[in-house]
Design a protein around this ligand. Structure first.
Ligand SMILES: Cc1cc2nc3c(=O)[nH]c(=O)nc-3n(C[C@H](O)[C@H](O)[C@H](O)COP(=O)(O)OP(=O)(O)OC[C@H]3O[C@@H](n4cnc5c(N)ncnc54)[C@H](O)[C@@H]3O)c2cc1C
Length: 377
């Protein structure tokens, strides 16, 4: 058993860490307060070829590896939540196109995503269908050479700002979850409209409406009726990287807590000298390491087997996102009143860390997924 990263993986980590610390850190406090996309940031990330990690080599990418995704998201999120989100959505859009797309779709849509010329969005959730995604109401009716889409999506990260969308609608309402299909929709298609949604933490996000939106038949992604497979296999691959971004946030919180507790003096000594502080720091470090093992186990297994890693990725996502909330909460506690002052890093982390427990399957849904895997074994 070898727990070390390969030389290439280690080089990637060093490269992304240096980029994040040098180029993103100065921008993060401002960008991470916004609900809009920072195109300056997208450009900077594209300049580092980061988005190329989400697409295969034949289509302008550098190959798709789950371990690389986790390394990148961990390092980006440690410094800048927005940068991590841009990477995540590019991945969520490029992955299903890479795996289920026709040759023509891959040639058309992947290179602009890989070079950062266009940004993507994965729009699955609907106002009445979140966890129970198969309950979606959007429809797509084939009329000649076009599918006519009608319906609403919500909570689409990058929502109104993206150019390329992977979305889902019912092509056969009589077949339940087997009647859902996936589509690629371009920004600007008549009948497509995006509106921003505002969240507690910084997050470019939107609601999308399709009103008699005519999408070329050639933009059907995968086979008709296989939309749930497209959605679930995408989440299966990407979910563990949500855990990695949570680890990035937790690492940063621990760093802030260590630094603050060494300099903050109470009762005549730095608070780091109190055993209760040390216990908190030890628990935070332990939690982060445990999450790291679960996240990189899932990613490694994905890269090794290429198959579904449903149980492992659900465990990684669940544990790491819950862990990050515990760690950030403790880090904030160690800052005392200053922890909730605007402009403090832990305050920003506290608002950002709550979201990952909800998206790509809530904690409760991950438990259901894990339990199903255990019971069916
Ligand atoms: C920041 C953020 C970003 C997001 N980004 C995207 C995106 O890019 N694309 C996209 O398509 N969606 C996105 N989402 C949507 C997200 O995936 C959904 O919010 C999530 O799946 C939960 O759905 P819901 O909000 O409808 O909650 P509901 O499904 O209504 O759940 C409400 C509560 O009930 C619980 N629950 C539901 N079913 C069960 C059950 N069977 N057993 C036990 N408990 C249950 C849930 O765990 C939750 O606590 C995002 C959400 C957020 C907050």
């Amino acid at each position: 058993m070898d727990f070390r990263f390969s030389e290439d993986e280690e080089m990637l980590r060093q490269k992304v860490r240096a980029f994040a610390e040098e180029m993103l850190a100065p921008l993060a406090p401002e960008v991470d307060e916004k609900d809009e996309v920072s195109w300056e940031l997208v450009k900077l990330m594209a300049g580092q070829d980061l988005f190329r990690l989400v697409a295969p080599e034949e289509y302008g990418g550098l190959g798709m590896k789950a371990v690389n995704n986790c390394i990148v998201r961990d390092e980006l999120c440690r410094i800048c939540v927005h940068a991590d989100l841009y990477y995540a959505e590019q991945l969520l859009t490029a992955y299903p196109i890479s795996v289920y797309g026709t040759e023509e779709q891959k040639r058309k849509y992947l290179p602009p995503l890989a070079c950062g010329e266009k940004v993507g969005s994965f729009a699955l959730t609907e106002p009445d269908a979140g966890s129970d995604v198969a309950g979606m109401k959007s429809t797509a009716v084939l009329e000649g050479d076009h599918y006519v889409l009608n319906g609403n999506k919500c909570f689409a990260s990058m929502g109104p700002f993206a150019q390329t969308y992977v979305t889902f609608a019912r092509t056969d309402p009589s077949k339940g979850s087997k009647g859902i299909s996936a589509f690629i929709v371009e920004q600007g298609t008549p009948g497509f409209e995006g509106r921003p949604m505002r969240l507690m933490g910084p997050h470019p996000m939107g609601e999308l409406t399709f009103t008699d939106c005519r999408v070329p038949r050639g933009n059907l992604l995968g086979q008709p009726g296989k939309g749930m497979e497209v959605a679930l296999s995408t989440l299966d691959c990407v979910r563990m990287s949500v855990g990695a971004s949570a680890i990035g946030i937790a690492r940063r919180a621990l760093e802030e807590a260590v630094s603050y507790s060494k300099q903050r003096v109470a009762f005549g000594k730095p608070i780091a000298e109190f055993q209760s502080t040390q216990f908190k720091l030890a628990e935070m470090a332990l939690d982060i390491d445990a999450a790291e093992l679960l996240v990189f186990r899932a990613a490694w297994l994905k890269d090794e087997t290429g198959g579904r890693v449903t149980r492992e990725t659900a465990m990684a996502k669940l544990f790491a996102t819950e862990m990050a909330c515990r760690v950030v909460d403790q880090a904030l506690q160690l800052h005392g009143g200053y922890g909730v002052v605007k402009g403090m890093t832990v305050e920003r982390l506290y608002r950002a860390v709550r979201q990952p427990r909800l998206y790509e399957g809530t904690t409760e849904i991950q438990k259901i997924v894990i339990a199903r895997q255990i019971l069916s074994g």
